[in-house]
Design a protein around this ligand. Structure first.
Ligand SMILES: [Zn+2]
Length: 187
């Protein structure tokens, strides 16, 4: 049902973190309340066993869930500019481990890199670069928590081209250096 980008556990974590980088890419529904939300919804985190995921609003509605009044997941697709944003996000999620260029992303969507950059920034209040870094750091955090891979393996595994860019992006987003973060988990 889903692009292989996310595992169930990753989606649970994204929903618990209320990360709006994933809005529009999937929706979570809570069986006990009958309501579905965007990943970024600030409502209380439901129990994992009560969560189910959908890729589209239509699928969630068809399964009998109602849109949350707070985060209004059904309003996400009303802006055509957001389709471009979601196309870019999907492409990045499928290719973030590669040495991505903006040109490559823009070409895949069928608009110019200049317009893509402007639209993305305007709609999401962050640049493509920041978005890409967020995705890579999120994945690095996932690998740090769930594998014994070395920090440099993780750095290249998630698509950073140098350890220093990994280090800076990681620290900016988590407030920890990667090695500090691993120590925190090991405690
Ligand atoms: Zn909600």
């Amino acid at each position: 049902m889903f692009p292989t980008t996310f595992s169930f556990n990753e989606m649970v974590k994204i929903a618990n973190n209320c990360d709006d980088a994933y809005d529009g890419l999937f929706f979570y529904a809570v069986k006990t309340t009958g309501i579905f939300c965007r990943p970024s919804c600030k409502s209380r985190s439901p129990k994992t066993e009560n969560i189910t995921f959908f890729q589209t609003v239509e699928e969630a509605k068809k399964a009998g869930f109602r849109p949350c009044k707070k985060c209004q997941p059904d309003k996400i697709h009303f802006n055509p500019m957001m389709d471009i944003v979601h196309d870019a996000e999907r492409y990045i999620l499928g290719h973030y481990t590669e040495n991505l260029t903006w040109k490559q992303i823009a070409q895949n969507i069928g608009i110019s890199p200049y317009h893509l950059g402007r639209i993305f920034k305007k709609q999401t209040a962050r640049t493509l670069r920041v978005y890409l870094e967020n995705i890579r750091v999120n994945k690095a955090v996932h690998l740090l928590r769930n594998t014994n891979l070395s920090l440099s393996d993780i750095c290249y595994e998630v698509g950073f081209q140098s350890y220093s860019s990994f280090y800076h992006a990681f620290q900016k987003q988590t407030q920890y250096a990667p090695q500090q973060y691993r120590k925190q988990i090991d405690k």
